[in-house]
Design a protein around this ligand. Structure first.
Ligand code: ADP
Ligand code: MG
Length: 335
């Protein structure tokens, strides 16, 4: 239970005090002639670029539990999951808009911590918070973020561009976030590394932009729903099939140690979401260039399989070397 004066804290500040508290924390940006404080924000994107826009909702007890995250991390993640969508197109992230519906037990310090996290994540991406909406919630904490990015129209990487025989790559490690979530749900406290991977994912903006500059990716998506589910989205939109070799998947040492003791949990790692790594498809003749980029960014880029014809559907080689058909399913809110 929070004390009364903490409750007062927020009502004392009021809606406009809250907005002012957020506004004070935002740095100026030459691409934002009008930011927080007017009826609309006015923003500038580079000439000959298209505007990329994406929105994500984060709802308490659907997407997160307040007892499993700090407000600072929640702020970071709220920005990061949106920035990740811009990364997945290969774009630059420019401007964000933040809607928050605050329940009665959130106080000014909570909001300040949340905003600090949100703005730290924006700064890391070189993006600016330009506006939003703030209101009271009679139920859960609700966060709604819109991100706007930009990219030269002819450079955009979509889900639909995968070609038969393309190599499929993923960045970083997969499965950490799902393991952390499974542990939290089982009342086990994950180690610091896993908690960070779940609560504070890193949007791979630099990778997305570098892939675009080098024209290395034919199709790309960020891993939010789970490896197979997100690969399934590429298959659907590129009208193709895929083979994934599970023996090649990049697992962190923390996840490996866990799987040594609990081998069945590999399904959690494969089906679980929220890694926010990038999955992309590249011409096999460009493998050397992908390897060089990996070195340059100091980020593993792992070849996990190949694009196949559509009638191949989705198949995997499991850790014992057996090949089988799999369903491209991951997290689905309505199932
Ligand atoms: P209006 O009533 O015209 O929608 P508001 O009073 O809701 O205006 O908001 C005033 C200003 O504060 C606007 O520029 C709006 O974008 C900004 N704003 C409101 N809430 C937030 C927030 N949570 N984060 C950033 N900017 C916000
Ligand atoms: Mg408003």
């Amino acid at each position: 239970m929070k004390s009364n004066d903490k409750n007062n804290n927020l009502s004392n500040l009021g809606e406009f005090g809250l907005i002012e508290q957020i506004r004070r924390q935002v740095k100026s940006d030459s691409t934002v002639p009008v930011g927080i404080g007017d009826d609309c924000a006015a923003t500038i994107i580079p000439e000959d670029h298209v505007l990329l826009t994406s929105k994500d909702l984060l709802i308490e007890d659907v997407h997160f539990r307040r007892s499993w995250t700090s407000m600072y991390q929640l702020g970071r993640k709220s920005a990061a999951v949106n920035l990740s969508d811009v990364a997945a197109m290969g774009g630059r992230a420019n401007h964000l808009f933040l809607g928050v519906a605050l329940p009665i037990d959130i106080d000014a310090t909570d909001l300040e911590d949340f905003t600090r996290g949100f703005l730290d994540e924006c700064s890391a991406a070189g993006a600016t918070l330009c506006g939003g909406d703030t209101c009271r919630s009679n139920g859960p904490l609700i966060i709604s973020v819109t991100v706007q990015g930009s990219i030269a129209a002819n450079q955009m990487v979509k889900r639909s561009g995968a070609q038969i025989d393309d190599d499929i790559y993923v960045s970083g490690f997969v499965g950490d976030s799902a393991l952390a979530l499974a542990q939290l749900q089982g009342d086990i406290t994950p180690c610091d590394y896993l908690i960070l991977r779940h609560n504070q994912p890193t949007p791979r903006l630099e990778l997305g932009q570098q892939l675009v500059q080098r024209q290395l990716a034919n199709a790309m998506i960020d891993l939010s729903d789970g490896l197979f589910a997100d690969l399934g989205h590429i298959m659907e939109q590129s009208h193709c099939g895929a083979l994934v070799d599970c023996r090649c998947l990049p697992f962190s040492s923390e996840l490996r140690q866990h799987l040594d003791r609990n081998p069945a949990d590999i399904e959690t790692a494969l089906r679980g979401g929220e890694d926010y790594e990038l999955l992309f498809c590249a011409d096999p003749n460009r493998a050397d260039e992908v390897a060089r980029l990996s070195q340059q960014l100091n980020l593993p880029l792992t070849h996990i399989g190949n694009i196949k014809a559509q009638d191949y559907s989705l198949q995997r080689i499991d850790i014992n070397g057996n090949q089988q058909q799999v369903e491209a399913q991951g997290f689905n809110h309505f199932k």
